[in-house]
Design a protein around this ligand. Structure first.
Ligand code: TRP
Length: 326
């Protein structure tokens, strides 16, 4: 079976955009591949090193989000990066062979540094972020890596590091991993920008039915449709974007009635609220079950960490041999 590795930083609770994008693809992949899904707490530290106190709680919450949507610890290995110290060892060894200009020209690095101007990110660790990511992937010799568009430069760097290692030590030990691009979810945020925690426009997996109702009622709609019988323009409407994901065959009818001025935005939103809540209800129930017995989470994390450690240790001892460090 081919191996898959992916990671998410524990930076806060997950929303519907995550659910219909990355989480959906994790759930599909766990059926077909040997999957390693990792909480990238060290990666979170590269930007939150001044306030590390949230990382532990966020890690637990991320695990709960994963389990509640159906990511299955019997099928995939779920673990925490910092519990498998070999990631750090491989990161160090890769740092010897990675030219600094490869890191400095990384577009994600430049963008993030611009975007997070309020933080001092002129650190060695932040520059080395993709080297750590390469270690995460190659320490399982994963063939496939599900990622979003913004992570593509990091995967390219991973391949370059693998190639350079193989060249320098005359081996073909590391495989060059391929990306699986997660189809970007077509779900916008409440205000029609990208759904994101930092824009405060998200519907979270943990939102209850009333919160979903209240948030959806504030959702951005076609500004030209003021009265119910004005004809609407669904293409620019956030509510319609949600109907495209959640309404199946009914989408066509909703579009037609909106355009013809037969349906107002309130009716359209009420219709959507029922569907979002139907999607979230089983997830809420699963989470409530998990919360009844929180000790289970600790046990699961421990077991996942141990499984990951076994795999990572095998690769690490091969790498030491190849580098004459054994
Ligand atoms: N950098 C990724 C992100 O921000 C998280 C991550 C860390 C990751 N290690 C990884 C993703 C390895 C894929 C593979 O989303």
């Amino acid at each position: 079976m081919q191996k898959v590795l992916s990671g998410m930083r524990p930076t806060g609770k997950l929303h519907l955009g995550h659910l219909e994008g990355v989480l959906k693809s994790y759930i599909e992949m766990q059926e077909q591949y040997q999957c390693f899904f990792m909480v990238a707490d060290w990666h979170a530290m590269t930007t939150t090193y001044e306030n590390p106190e949230d990382i532990h709680g966020n890690t637990i919450e991320l695990f709960k989000d994963w389990l509640s949507v159906g990511i299955d610890p019997e099928k995939a290995t779920l673990f925490v990066q910092s519990a498998v110290k070999a990631h750090a060892e491989l990161f160090l060894l890769f740092s010897f062979i990675t030219p600094v200009p490869w890191l400095e020209r990384n577009p994600t690095y430049k963008e993030q540094k611009q975007e997070l101007k309020d933080k001092d990110l002129s650190t060695f660790g932040f520059l080395g972020y993709p080297v750590l990511q390469a270690a995460d992937i190659l320490i399982y010799n994963a063939e496939k890596v599900p990622i979003g568009e913004d992570q593509r430069p990091h995967l390219e760097l991973t391949r370059e590091i693998a190639r350079r290692f193989n060249f320098l030590y005359k081996t073909d030990f590391f495989k060059e991993p391929k990306e699986i691009l997660t189809k970007f979810p077509k779900l916008p945020g409440l205000d029609n920008r990208k759904m994101s925690k930092s824009y405060n426009n998200a519907i979270y997996l943990t939102d209850d039915a009333k919160t979903v109702n209240d948030k959806t009622m504030t959702m951005y709609t076609d500004p030209l449709k003021i009265k119910k019988d004005d004809s609407g323009h669904p293409e620019g409407c956030a509510v319609y974007a949600f109907h495209k994901v959640y309404s199946g065959a009914e989408e066509q009818e909703i579009m037609a009635r909106c355009c013809k001025g037969e349906m107002g935005c309130v009716e359209c939103k009420k219709n959507l609220i029922v569907k979002i809540n139907a999607r979230l209800e089983p997830i809420r129930q699963k989470r409530a079950e998990i919360d009844k017995n929180p000790a289970v989470i600790e046990t699961l994390i421990k077991r996942g960490n141990e499984k990951a450690l076994v795999e990572a240790s095998k690769i690490m001892s091969e790498v030491r041999k190849i580098m004459r460090l054994d």
